[in-house]
Design a protein around this ligand. Structure first.
Ligand SMILES: NC(=O)c1ccc[n+]([C@@H]2O[C@H](COP(=O)([O-])OP(=O)(O)OC[C@H]3O[C@@H](n4cnc5c(N)ncnc54)[C@H](O)[C@@H]3O)[C@@H](O)[C@H]2O)c1
Length: 310
């Protein structure tokens, strides 16, 4: 069976290299920075390429993982799909809804499988919370309050909305199990080229609400979610993969089987390819998160709430 090509082996792509290698699936590495491609090619014993064209003409691949900067996702993913490959595209799907739609339409028209790297769906703590919502043990979910904060002084090709806030937009949609009807957002810039803080309010049916606070300013890492149900509250730590449930009978900390979300996510994509099933987050699904992010940007620019029709 032909293997997987990895496109982009930078800060995050190197984790894909490790996971794909552990799974025995890594077949080639491509990075326009030839020295990076070669360093990881030596580490994992697979060929290195400094261009997509060279990789595609030399290798027979089944799929590829796109771990390049966000603004390159669409051209890279389209070229890979055009060459007959199924693709795993890191989040967000693309740098705009229009570009994301090109990926989704191409995949639909040409029968390609696309998975998008919304990794928190594979965080065991999030899976636990999702099950709690589905079982209704704590009544109805009313409010979700997300905090994803960390000082970041580096250079990115997109702002925090597309880079970071999208994680929590996707998780809010997943946990509520429905689409938001409105978004109101405020974003701003402390330093750098793009916005580096964003606060969103997402309105779901019947006054159910998610608030998302994301910034690259807070000098300590925080990735947390408080979910308020009619009969209890769940406090979730994404990093520790921990959940605490408080209700009238007291507090409980359930045992959660920890696992590396990226490994779980990549295994899921491979299973979808083997079985011909749809990934949990395919291009159409990811496009909805891009639509919310783009509407949030518009909301902030216009200082208005935006009605969504997803
Ligand atoms: N799921 C997550 O939790 C998570 C975390 C971090 C980053 N990401 C995503 O991963 C992607 C990459 O982020 P990063 O932090 O690794 O970026 P990075 O800049 O560290 O690495 C990108 C790499 O891609 C290479 N590259 C650029 N254009 C290329 C092209 N056309 N062909 C081949 N290689 C090319 C660069 O040389 C670089 O090595 C982004 O889309 C980001 O949003 C996801």
């Amino acid at each position: 069976m032909a293997g997987t090509g990895l496109v982009g082996v930078g800060g995050w792509g190197k984790n894909h290299a490790r996971v794909l290698s552990e799974l025995g699936a890594l077949a080639a590495i491509c990075d326009t920075d030839a020295s990076r491609a070669e360093a990881f090619s030596r580490k994992y014993g697979v060929p290195a390429y400094d261009s997509l064209d060279k990789m595609l003409s030399a290798e027979r691949l089944r799929s590829a993982h796109v771990c390049t900067p966000t603004t390159t996702h669409a051209p890279v993913a389209l070229k890979l799909m055009d060459a007959g490959l199924d693709v795993f595209v890191e989040k967000p799907l693309a740098s705009s809804v229009a570009e994301g739609r090109k990926i989704a339409d191409f995949a639909r028209d040409r029968g390609r499988t696309v998975a998008v790297g919304f990794i928190e769906r594979f965080n065991p703590a999030v899976s636990y919370l999702k099950k709690l919502v589905q079982e209704g043990r704590l009544g109805e979910l009313l409010l979700c309050e997300f905090h994803r904060e960390n000082r970041w002084g580096g250079v990115k090709d997109v702002g925090i909305l597309l880079d970071t806030t999208v994680h929590d937009i996707d998780t809010a949609r997943y946990i509520f199990g429905e689409e938001p009807l409105q978004v109101f957002a405020r974003t701003g810039k402390v330093s750098g080229q793009h916005e580096d803080f964003a606060v969103l309010m997402l309105g779901f049916r019947g006054h159910k609400t998610a608030t998302l606070t994301t910034n690259w300013v807070t000098p300590a890492k925080e990735r947390k979610l408080t979910a308020v149900f009619t009969e209890g509250v769940v406090r979730l730590d994404f990093v520790q993969q921990e959940v605490r449930i408080d209700n009238e009978s007291g507090s409980t900390i359930p045992t959660i089987d920890h696992g590396e979300p990226l490994m779980l996510e990549v295994r899921h994509f491979m299973k979808c390819l083997d079985e011909g099933t749809r990934p949990l987050v395919d291009a159409q699904e990811a496009l909805k998160t891009s639509t919310v992010a783009e509407a949030a940007s518009y909301s902030s620019a216009k200082r208005l709430p935006v009605t969504l029709q997803l």
